[in-house]
Design a protein around this ligand. Structure first.
Ligand SMILES: N=[N+]=NCCCCNC(=O)[C@@H]1[C@H]2[C@H](O)[C@@H](O)[C@H](O)[C@@H](CO)[C@@H]12
Length: 447
């Protein structure tokens, strides 16, 4: 654990959300439907039949939420733009009312001295583009770069940091291999090509930004150390395969201009011989890396688990969150120092870190959430330890500001610093909000 003031002056303290998870009213003011609107409205896809139709009502309550952020003392707020609000058909005609919502949100943030960090894509592809093949279509990189350019031109005078794509791994694997996220496909050949096209889309957006942008651009990856459940050669090899599958599949093309050799072993005939010119393009000069950290993998060899032959299992007696993910703060330090030693110590923001727990019912206008308080303190301390060991960490964003739509889990899993009452979308601070406010005020001293 770090001690004292590990956090440099200028360190960014933020919180994060995404459009489909918090905004609600996904079709308001001329917006076009996304694949998540379609997926959530497909019976059986989301727990309890939940949808993002209301979510947290942030689309109408954003000024109230910006005031909550200012009360916490946030220096930044990470949010995503719903592509379909700006381009209802995904391409072509701009929906001015959709764009205006984000202009108003950014201006409200700046009025409170809160820096916007804007994610261009957080999983809600316009349904019209899915009908053209979605991320499987090689033109998807161009669709994305054209969309990004519209936002760069409209907002780059006020937005200091852009994230191109949030967690390409989840889009490719949960959306196209395991089928538990939109668009619900289960095809290894698709998944590997979707990942490649997402990385090409990131590169095209970075190239577009390089020609006209004045600030920073990066990508946000879910990174997770993989540890063998025993010291057997089989479990060690399984952890290595899962490490390539979760971490190397992204980090190696982005920073080393090559895919891990293990990918061809993992995917076999589904893995194509990607053109080297395209992989060279993926190794683009982004300004920072966003790291979404939640847990580590505890891995056992298991040939029945496709495609890696590696099972992520629960470690006996380990503390876990409501998502079943092990609470393992040291994994954050490990990931940050691995980026230092193996990937050139790039500027890093922790673009997401947080936990869902079964919060107690509100009492006297507040929710007591001691486990989330402990989780945040331990993980911010782990981030401080990485800084003291030389990691170039620039900021930390809690996932999430608000309890929100947790994808296929619906609203049952609550990650917020503020509880959102499902009956009226009212916000209520949790003890973790007060804790984070104190951490920000003391600049992380003592963690
Ligand atoms: N095998 N395996 N590993 C699981 C890897 C999936 C990790 N999930 C995430 O990182 C998502 C990220 C997302 O940005 C946000 O929109 C989600 O609300 C949070 C909470 O779920 C996290």
């Amino acid at each position: 654990m770090s001690r004292g003031h590990a956090f440099p002056s200028g360190f960014i303290w933020g919180a994060a959300t995404s459009a489909y998870q918090v905004e609600g009213y996904p079709l308001a003011d001329g917006a076009g439907p996304s694949i998540w609107h379609r997926f959530a409205h497909t019976p059986g896809r989301v727990a309890g039949g939940a949808t993002g139709d209301l979510a947290c009502g942030h689309y109408h309550r954003f000024r109230e939420d910006v005031a909550l952020m200012a009360e916490l003392g946030l220096s930044a707020y990470r949010f995503s733009i719903a592509w379909g609000r700006v381009l209802p058909d995904g391409r072509g005609r701009v929906n001015r009312k959709g764009l205006d919502f984000y202009l108003r949100l950014v201006d409200a943030l700046l009025e409170h001295d809160i820096q916007p960090m804007v994610t261009l894509y957080h999983w809600d592809l316009p349904a019209a583009l899915q009908e053209r093949g979605g991320w499987l279509d090689p033109d998807s990189a161009v669709w994305f770069a054209d969309y990004a350019q519209i936002l760069f031109r409209a907002l780059d005078d006020r937005v200091q940091a852009w994230v191109t794509i949030n967690e390409p791994w989840v889009v490719a694997v949960l959306g196209h291999l395991e089928g538990v996220h939109a668009p619900g496909h289960r095809d290894a050949r698709e998944a590997v090509r979707v990942m490649h096209h997402l990385l090409l889309a990131h590169a095209e957006a970075c190239a577009t930004y390089g020609a006209l942008g004045r600030h920073q651009i990066g990508i946000a990856l879910n990174l997770e150390p993989q540890h063998p459940a025993s010291d057997s050669e089989a479990d060690r090899a399984a952890a290595d395969r899962r490490d390539a599958f979760i971490n190397g599949w992204l980090l190696d093309p982005l920073f080393h201009g090559r895919y891990p050799e293990a990918m061809a072993d993992i995917f076999g005939s589904a893995w194509p011989d990607f053109p080297s010119t395209e992989i060279d393009r993926i190794r683009c000069p982004a300004d920072f890396l966003g790291v979404n950290y939640y847990s580590r993998g505890w891995v056992r060899d298991d040939p029945a688990v496709q495609p890696t032959g590696a099972a992520r299992i629960e470690r006996p007696n380990a503390p876990v969150t409501a998502m079943g993910w092990e609470v393992y703060p040291r994994g954050l330090t490990e990931i940050l120092l691995r980026l230092k030693t193996q990937y050139g110590n790039p500027p890093v923001y922790i673009t997401e870190n947080g936990a869902a727990f079964e919060d107690s019912a509100p009492t006297a206008g507040r929710v007591e959430d001691p486990r989330r308080v402990a989780y945040l303190r331990e993980h911010i301390g782990a981030a401080g330890a990485a800084i003291q060991a030389g990691a170039d960490l620039r900021g930390y964003f809690v996932w999430s500001l608000l309890d929100n739509f947790e994808w296929a889990e619906g609203y049952a899993k609550r990650f917020g610093l503020f509880r959102v009452d499902p009956s009226d979308q009212s916000r209520l601070p949790k003890a973790s909000a007060e804790c984070y406010k104190d951490i920000i005020a003391s600049h992380g001293a003592g963690l």
